[in-house]
Design a binder for this molecule. Structure first.
Ligand code: ASP
Length: 328
């Protein structure tokens, strides 16, 4: 009679100790540097968003928050690596819409973002823009479409690999105008932009967080923005829809995740720090300058990102299957 009681008591005591232990760890968290993995090369739009957020979160968390670029395979290597990390809140990933399309696009993705990652919150929804090297002949979106169709064998389109937002935007564009183009994949649209400015590649569709300074600085030609209304930061740039491509809309939503199993108190701390970053005037002003804005606070939560990711995976699966585009 005594033995089971003692065993139960020991189990309860051990359980309590474990609970106190993890609660204490969460309370002290973070005690060392946090790394946010960006699945693309430095200097690109995802990297820009991550660096602004990291800088602000580090003030709230009172700890260094660094961005680590783990580029390759259209942005699928970074999240996969983070999914396999220890769930202690020190390795996070910031990725965009591509995390949802990759589930269907990749035959061997090697992890599942819905079940292998712990959502922290949504961040922003960034418009995209069609831009080209300065001496590209077309002068506006309509002439871009005509030119691309007439010269499809020599025109080159830059993207950040299969599954990247630039790839997705290019696919939608090609399908809208009924043309196939030669695509040139990069490890991110940061390096793609360098080549575009240098004239090595003709055109691309990329987030305003990368293109706005180059458009304003006159380094590239700009044709259209992918949202249904014009972007405040680029008021003279017409929408793609204005040029007659009906219903053309691409927004690049971004979110932040931790490995599955990260204790809830740590996730909650990270979500509050993310929300504080999205209210930080530094972030808000810089986002506005770059043609975007933070999501409303009720979207910068684990629950909102969880349902958003699931809905996006379900939304893109039939579209990708119909297009028949797959990667290994
Ligand atoms: N904007 C890129 C994309 O096409 C990625 C990047 O370099 O941030 O998804």
């Amino acid at each position: 009679m005594i033995r089971p009681f003692r065993a139960a008591l020991t189990a309860v005591t051990l359980g309590l100790a474990a609970l106190t232990g993890s609660a204490a760890i969460a309370q002290d968290y973070p005690t060392r540097t946090i790394n946010i993995v960006v699945p693309f090369a430095a200097g690109g739009p995802t990297d820009t968003v991550a660096r602004l957020i990291a800088q602000s979160m580090s003030k709230t968390l009172n700890q260094t928050v660094l961005v680590e670029n783990v580029a390759g395979a259209g942005g699928t290597i970074g999240p996969k690596r983070v999914a396999a990390e220890k769930p202690d809140g020190y390795k996070l990933v910031l990725m965009h819409i591509g995390i949802s399309t990759s589930v269907t696009l990749y035959r061997n993705l090697g992890y599942n973002p819905v079940t292998d990652l712990e959502p922290i919150g949504l961040i922003t929804d960034v418009p995209m823009t069609f831009i080209a090297k300065k001496d590209f002949p077309p002068t506006d979106m309509k002439s871009l479409i005509a030119y691309v169709k007439a010269n499809k064998d020599k025109v080159t389109y830059a993207n950040a690999g299969v599954g990247a937002a630039s790839h997705l935007c290019g696919m939608l564009f090609m399908s809208a105008i009924g043309t196939d183009l030669t695509t040139v994949p990069y490890k991110g649209t940061g390096p793609a932009m360098t080549d575009l400015i240098g004239g090595q590649v003709d055109f691309m569709c990329d987030q305003t967080t990368n293109t706005t300074p180059q458009i304003k600085g006159g380094k590239v030609k700009a044709y259209g923005v992918t949202t249904s209304t014009r972007v405040k930061a680029l008021p003279d740039l017409p929408t793609v829809q204005e040029a007659g491509i009906k219903d053309f809309h691409v927004g690049v939503w971004h979110g932040m995740w931790a490995p599955k199993g990260t204790p809830k108190p740590i996730i909650d701390k990270l979500a509050s720090a993310l929300q504080a970053a999205l209210k930080d005037p530094n972030v808000v002003n810089k986002f506005a300058e770059l043609g975007t804005e933070p999501v409303p606070m009720n979207k910068a939560t684990p629950a909102a990102l969880d349902s958003h990711l699931k809905a996006e995976v379900a939304k893109w699966a039939p579209i990708i299957k119909k297009a028949g585009v797959y990667a290994d």
